[in-house]
Design a protein around this ligand. Structure first.
Ligand code: AMP
Length: 397
């Protein structure tokens, strides 16, 4: 089957076109600045150069139309016609408590996604726009919704409840949902497969360390806890998000800065994390460079970041009463040897380590701990698009 995987933001649309039989990416690209002056599309068919084109995209329907045009282009396309697009898989950010698994999209599903809009006001409406755009242009092609939150719906209430009046959970559904579920599911599965084991027999901690970052505890194949909360702001220190903090800081800062709580939240989402701490960058490549040049702020930032990752791993080892596998994934997790090395130094009590030589590897599934370690530490590259493609095929075949 040929599956078009779509990840739609409010002004962007990332896409991959995947042959599900070979799991090869036949083409991929990005539409940016949709509805804004200077819209552009990039398109890269397998084995060929990337094309970039500035062209008006007043809305997402136009963006999807351009993607289809590129995929079916006589010279550079990868299929002959629209008929060769067999299904579309959509990444949906928030499924609330309504979706514990991926689903085939119909009117009822779209309504339920819309009902989750207030839980993810920036993302879900954009995701729905993407679905509507595809529906308008490919009315007969089956579509599947794959939710970032679904994998974590197996968490027990002791993990998802906050210590606030219970009525807020009942009335407003204020609870931990967690995100990056597609990645935590994919990586824990791939880790078990690589080790020749069944995920159902393992206690796995997945550290998805990207620009956004979260840790999850996956016990016997199910997510039992995760660090992001009602929104992706909770948990680890991230690229630009603060992660955990005393909620009183919000009103304290609002009063000191003479701004609204909403504006403080904006600071916590966009100007905090390693970017805010270091004053250098949200990108770990820049931080590592500054660290190697002896920059003290970079050193302090990286130390703080790693300490927080190690604390979460310790917490989840406690939650599962043990841990068999620690898997690092996403941009930082797959590439930044320093972070894996430093975090592992806190974890020798769990019976794991990181071999400095193996730790130089990146971008491939590899065991980093010494042979015979009680707990295996490894890198497992994530692939959310492939995971969405697999889910789409599972549901429409
Ligand atoms: P993601 O959100 O998974 O795409 O991760 C993006 C982040 O990964 C970037 O902001 C960088 O901090 C980090 N990253 C990506 N590539 C590298 C690399 N080669 N070395 C170190 N960090 C990297």
């Amino acid at each position: 089957m040929n599956v078009l995987v779509i990840n739609c933001g409010s002004s962007s649309l990332k896409y991959q076109f995947i042959n599900s039989d070979t799991e090869e990416v036949m083409a991929k690209g990005l539409c940016e600045r949709i509805g804004i002056d200077g819209s552009r599309i990039s398109y890269q068919p397998k084995g060929a150069d990337k094309e970039e084109l500035e062209t008006p995209m007043p809305d997402h329907t136009k963006a999807v139309a351009l993607v289809i045009e590129k995929l079916t282009n006589k010279e550079t396309g990868v299929v002959k016609s629209l008929e060769e697009i067999d299904a579309v898989g959509h990444r949906i950010v928030h499924g609330g408590e309504k979706f514990a698994t991926s689903v085939v999209i119909n009117d009822e599903v779209m309504k339920a996604i819309e009902e989750c809009n207030d839980l993810a006001p920036l993302h879900n409406p954009a995701n729905l726009i993407g679905i509507n755009a595809c529906k308008a242009l490919m009315p007969n092609v089956p579509m599947v919704a794959v939710f970032d939150t679904a994998f974590h719906q197996t968490m027990p209430s002791k993990a998802y409840l906050y210590g606030i009046p219970y009525e807020y959970y009942e009335k407003y559904k204020v609870r931990r949902y967690g995100f990056h579920g597609t990645s935590h599911d994919f990586v824990s599965n791939e880790a078990a497969k690589f080790l020749g084991k069944d995920r159902k027999d393992l206690k796995i901690i997945v550290c998805h360390l990207g620009n956004g970052a979260s840790v999850s505890a996956v016990m016997n194949g199910k997510s039992v806890d995760t660090s992001m909360g009602l929104t992706p702001l909770e948990g680890l220190i991230m690229g630009t998000r603060s992660g955990d903090l005393d909620p009183a800081i919000v009103t304290f800062l609002a009063s000191k800065l003479n701004v609204s709580a909403e504006e403080v939240l904006n600071i916590l989402n966009k100007k905090s994390g390693v970017q805010g701490l270091s004053g250098i960058s949200s990108d770990f490549r820049d931080l590592e460079k500054a660290f190697n040049e002896g920059n003290e702020r970079a050193k302090e930032t990286l130390e703080t970041y790693c300490y927080h990752v190690a604390k979460y791993i310790g917490a989840y080892a406690a939650a599962m009463n043990g841990v068999d596998v620690i898997a690092y994934t996403a941009g930082v997790g797959e590439n930044t040897a320093f972070v894996r090395q430093r975090v592992s130094e806190y974890l020798t009590y769990l019976g794991t380590d990181v071999d400095p030589e193996k730790n130089k590897l990146r971008g491939e599934t590899v065991v980093l701990s010494s042979p015979g370690s009680k707990c295996v530490t490894m890198i497992v590259p994530t692939n959310e698009e492939l995971a969405i493609c697999r889910e789409t095929v599972r549901l429409v075949k």
